[in-house]
Design a protein around this ligand. Sequence first.
Ligand SMILES: Nc1ncnc2c1ncn2[C@@H]1O[C@H](COP(=O)(O)OP(=O)(O)O)[C@@H](O)[C@H]1O
Ligand SMILES: [Mg+2]
Length: 250
Amino acid sequence: MALLEIRDLHARIGDAEILHGINLTMDRGEVHAIMGPNGSGKSTLSYVLSGRDGYEVTQGDILMDGESVLEMEADERARLGMFLAFQYPVELPGVSGMAFLRAAVNARRKEQGLDEVDQLGFVKLARSVAKNLGVGDEMLKRAVNVGFSGGEKKRYEILQMALLEPSLAVLDETDSGLDVDALKIVSDGVNAQRGDNCGMLVITHYQRLLDHIVPDYVHILAGGQIVKTGDKTLALEVEKNGYAGIHNAA
Ligand SMILES: Nc1ncnc2c1ncn2[C@@H]1O[C@H](COP(=O)(O)OP(=O)(O)O)[C@@H](O)[C@H]1O
Ligand SMILES: [Mg+2]
């Protein structure tokens, strides 16, 4: 059974329909990239998948392991193993990063029928995972995302992902605001997470990220629809000819 199945998905924000019938099926172990020009609906798709308020699905369905998630709140989807890294991560002043991460990890563990990790055990776990990702201890002590640079926020999200071990990770424009070193850390983190238990949807405007995270499939989103699907060479085609060529051909 597919890990993720998006069926004829139509969605709107307020009165405006943004997604006009998206179809995508992803199995465990696969990495799918979604590319598209600005305003094509990439971020909207990630928000709709996450179950964010204000985004209304008007037609179609989203299934995880064959089960529709449309009626589930965002936190329920997260406990089931859906992880979203947003283009613009929110700052949570006053919320300790360690407490935040531990609560998220324990909510997920509980759903999986595993014991919760205690504070001390979690600090150890978080430090070792952080170290592997090049995230400083100092960042762990701060409030969630507060005062983080763009690159730091992205690293922090990769840290969350590594700790949560999601079955479905959706990464929106994880390359924006990253310098070359940070790009490498993020893509190494993503590649480490890759495996038979996890499927990944990597949403990006640029081909650059896909040099480091080589996708199994590339989908081009334009005007709220997938206009073309191919393998990794499609990303190179976009790099060479731009989106206009592909859209016109479609
Ligand atoms: N909150 C909103 N209200 C109304 N329209 C929106 C809102 N957010 C995004 N849009 C519109 O939806 C379309 C898709 O935006 P978005 O999903 O952010 O595209 P992308 O991430 O591909 O750049 C754009 O036309 C944008 O103006
Ligand atoms: Mg976007």
